[in-house]
Design a protein around this ligand. Structure first.
Ligand code: ANZ
Ligand code: ZN
Length: 853
């Protein structure tokens, strides 16, 4: 009997499957489609465990759906533009293209070792001209629709990566998502996509995403940030100017004690009096260097300064001072607010710090008439007071009443405001998709004609890492003739944010080799939407929001007929490694230097903290997939990852559990070997099953039922693997090798195992004498009748008196019946603490307890 040799069989089957075309997307459209998609990787060069987990999850789903009778699209590609390639060029002098393609080759080979059933015929690489030609074409679709435009804007500037960033790429501390540098503000002329035009749809359509985690939908809703309120105008005293404010609390307008402009507001210099000019200018300088996050953070002081100007509250005619303050943002609402310190937390803080008056205009319903000064802002709804004709009104009703009043008198109206801003897509870097426009002194911004696409990245560039983008220095590339008038003109030198590349790759997979179009209408509509998308939670806003936006625009251009790209979304948990940290020095210690039984810092001798944390290079807690694959093979790695935790939960790497899955696969191997060695076709023809056969048949069908249930909807791979182990145990105990039920059991085990451990399942399937692939078998259906336990009704008597009945297996022996009866709740109730003298068992009928003193 041969040994389980993972390496040999995995290589063999991976090659055979390619020859058989097992992973190819079927051309035949008769079966229902299923599109299973993993978020494609950035080709950094090495596969890490997070990738492995992601792709294994999707692969199990793809394999399962094929066996369940679907035609499956399960593609893979490379999110291949981006800064690391350019940094490699700067640091090591290797061209970004070369670096990227080397990494792709390396990672592709690693992916193939995992036995993923990917259709590599549809591989897409975003940095390849045959892909980015269509990225450019799509950009021009946006441009033609008025959804791509240039404007001067205060942008997030990453001083390390020397580029601007989108708001989505700056974290809560005002740092770059990639370089970690503190982001600066800079005024630059930039390209934007008008995602704000779709704010309402992006928000409302979240309701359609029934297969998405609630928390991801909530994060998107918060990011879009819809506020319903009003726009009110405050005339400036002594000037023909009005300050428009956006407020979500028009009901508090009688409590306004000042008005605040954003420092960048165009009215700021106008309303500033000569006396205040110097101080105001100094203040502006300070504030504009702060990031948006810093300016609005709850815990930061609210700094402000008087301009000397005054505005008029249109409701009361009262004059209030105009200030500028750091917490008012120019880009949000109207860039100005009415200050109501009594009812807004920030205003309250600001008024206290700057000694501004506080006027209560809303009181709780049960306030009575005591007039105690506020110790904090009262932000709840209530009854309007100090508000003229609105006094006594419920503040919620008051909102509409105030808006109506303002509208009737011509100084305001209802307004919906979104937090979402337009998407800044310009990047001043080389390794990205060139923005396909030409700037002509007479024609303005002219799109590159379709026939001239792609605008290829020039190759003869220098990477110094300093100053402007390498493209901006290439005169021979920049200087062209205008496509419209033929006069000398200049190419755009900005490239696109790489999130554009990934906003449509899932559409390209439907028709990845099309040279005439981005994708064919019939193909894209056939395959979209993605039925199951699997990827990391870190994309909850960025990539997932952008992709939804792209899909809607492309739909409105008539290029696809769906509203939402991803039907169901699974955000897999992190893979965590055992981490050793010296609590005194804060240093992380590689596990190789630590004795796990007595973890101490090898240098200082300090006892170490031991915990699980997301695997990362800097924490020395990573496990290299290469090593695990080398030692145990892909099937074991897959089984461990699937078994160790439910897919959306974090997974703690544990070598003992890896070993455990390896042993399990070895048990399956031996089980099938024993079966092959001992199986002879049964001679006697007998359709009544023995008890052993009956029990085994039940175990088989329970396994089918449980595993099918586990893979329906929630994808409980971990419990599915447990069920596989149970079935294996049931088979190794039954040992009825000659029974057709045993054959059914072995075959079923291998079919159920196939999506999880595809190589060993295939190998053993062939050892059974099958010539077709286990992956082409139909997923088994359970037989409900096999689950039924044959039972009879047993009468329970105490001293000859019938006390009730219980259900027992018909096959139970006399001794088993006695035990079942005695342990039954019924017997316990009537026997209480009486001593049982004698038990009379009439098999198939009754048990009678004789009690006595
Ligand atoms: C007066 C008021 C009274 C406000 C009150 C709130 C409570 P969201 O929900 O985020 O939309 N605001 C408006 N524009 C602003 C800007 N550019 N920078 C900073 N703050 C701004 O919040 C809207 C509220 O945030 C608005 O309603 C305004 O303050 C402030 F008792 O107006 B409110
Ligand atoms: Zn021109």
């Amino acid at each position: 009997e041969s040994q389980y040799n993972a390496e040999a069989i995995e290589k063999k089957w991976q090659q055979t499957w390619v020859e058989m075309g097992i992973d190819k997307t079927p051309e035949d459209k008769t079966k229902p489609k299923y599109y299973a998609l993993s978020m494609f990787p950035y080709p950094s060069g090495n596969l890490h465990m997070g990738h492995v987990r992601n792709y294994v999850i999707t692969d199990v789903i793809a394999r399962l759906k094929r066996m369940q009778g679907h035609r499956v699209l399960h593609p893979m590609g490379w999110d291949a533009f981006g800064l690391p390639a350019e940094n490699a060029a700067i640091e090591r002098g290797i061209h970004p293209a070369k670096w990227t393609y080397q990494n792709i080759a390396q990672m592709k080979q690693q992916l193939q070792q995992l036995g993923l059933s990917i259709d590599w015929n549809r591989e897409v690489t975003t940095c390849s001209p045959d892909y980015y030609k269509w990225t450019q074409w799509l950009f021009l679709q946006f441009f033609q629709a008025g959804l791509a435009y240039q404007k001067e804007a205060a942008v997030n500037w990453d001083p390390i990566d020397q580029t601007v960033l989108a708001n989505e790429q700056v974290d809560a501390e005002g740092k770059s998502w990639r370089s970690g540098a503190k982001v600066e503000r800079k005024l630059l002329r930039q390209w934007f996509l008008k995602i704000t035009d779709y704010a309402e749809q992006l928000l409302n359509d979240l309701d359609k995403l029934t297969g998405w985690p609630e928390r991801v939908k909530l994060m998107q809703a918060n990011w879009i940030g819809k506020s319903i309120g009003a726009y009110l105008e405050f005339p400036v005293v002594g000037m023909d100017e009005k300050i428009a404010v956006f407020t979500t609390r028009p009901d508090t307008v009688y409590g306004v004690t000042y008005v605040v402009l954003a420092p960048e507001h165009p009215l700021t210099p106008k309303v500033t009096t000569p006396k205040n000019k110097k101080a105001v200018e100094k203040f502006i300088k300070e504030v504009t260097s702060e990031s948006e996050i810093e300016r609005t953070a709850e815990d930061k002081p609210k700094k402000g300064i008087l301009t000397g100007g005054k505005a008029i509250n249109p409701f009361t005619g009262e004059q209030v001072p105009i200030l500028i303050a750091n917490y008012v943002l120019y880009e949000y609402g109207t860039g100005a607010v009415m200050g109501v310190p009594a009812h807004d937390v920030r205003d309250f803080k600001f008024a206290k710090e700057n000694k501004l008056p506080i006027r209560v205009v809303i009181v709780p319903e049960d306030a009575g008439d005591k007039d105690t000064p506020l110790t904090e802002a009262y932000t709840d709804p209530g009854i309007m007071v100090n508000s003229d004709s609105f006094n006594g009104m419920d503040s919620t009703k008051g909102k509409t009443a105030i808006i109506d009043y303002a509208e009737n008198n011509g100084f305001g109206k209802a307004r919906v405001q979104y937090r979402l801003r337009d998407w800044l897509i310009s990047r001043q870097r080389y390794w990205g998709c060139p923005i396909p426009v030409i700037h002509c002194p007479s024609c303005g911004t002219v799109p590159v004609p379709d026939a001239d696409l792609p605008v290829k990245l020039p190759e003869d560039v220098e990477f110094s890492g300093r100053g402007a983008s390498p493209l901006a220095k290439l005169d021979h590339w920049i200087n062209v003739s205008c496509p419209s008038c033929g006069e000398p003109a200049k190419r755009e030198t900005d490239t696109m944010d790489t999130f554009i590349d990934s906003s449509w790759y899932f559409l390209r997979y439907s028709d990845a080799n099309n040279e005439q179009e981005a994708f064919n209408l019939k193909e894209v509509n056939d395959w979209m939407a993605v039925d199951q998308y699997v990827g990391g939670i870190e994309h909850a806003i960025l990539h997932l929001l952008y992709s939804r936006f792209f899909t809607k625009v492309v739909r409105d251009r008539g290029l696809v007929n769906i509203d939402e790209p991803f039907q169901r979304l699974l955000t897999q948990g992190m893979v965590q490694g055992m981490t050793y940290k010296n609590p005194k020095t804060g240093k992380y210690i590689p596990s190789a230097q630590v004795n796990p039984n007595d973890p101490k810092d090898p240098e200082t001798g300090d006892p170490l903290e031991v915990f699980y944390e997301k695997m990362s290079k800097s924490k020395y807690n990573g496990v290299d997939p290469k090593q695990v694959l080398g030692k145990y093979g892909a099937d074991t790695a897959r089984m461990f990852i699937l078994f160790k935790a439910p897919p959306e939960k974090d997974l703690e790497w544990d070598d003992a559990d890896v070993e455990g899955q390896f042993r399990f696969l070895n048990r399956v191997w031996r089980l099938v070997g024993d079966y092959i060695a001992n199986h002879k076709p049964s001679k006697k023809k007998n359709d009544s099953l023995t008890k052993v056969e009956q029990d085994l048949r039940r175990a088989i069908h329970i396994a089918i039922k449980e595993i099918s249930d586990d893979l329906e909807g929630e994808y409980q791979f971990n419990t599915a693997v447990s069920e596989l182990m149970k079935l294996n145990n049931a088979l190794s105990e039954a040992k009825c090798y000659e029974s057709p039920v045993y054959t059914e059991g072995v075959e079923t085990l291998l079919i159920l195992l196939a999506p999880f451990a595809p190589h060993i399942a295939e190998e053993l399937w062939h050892q059974l004498g099958n010539s077709d692939s286990v992956h082409r078998q139909s997923w088994p259906q359970f037989d409900p009748s096999a689950l039924v336990v044959d039972e009879i009704t047993l009468v329970i008597q105490v001293m000859g008196k019938t006390r009730g009945t219980i259900q027992v297996p018909s096959s139970a022996s006399k001794e088993e019946l006695e035990k079942l009866a005695l342990n039954s709740e019924l017997a316990q109730r009537y026997l209480k603490d009486q001593e049982v003298k004698k038990v009379i068992v009439v098999p198939g009928k009754l048990v009678n307890f004789v009690v006595g003193k």
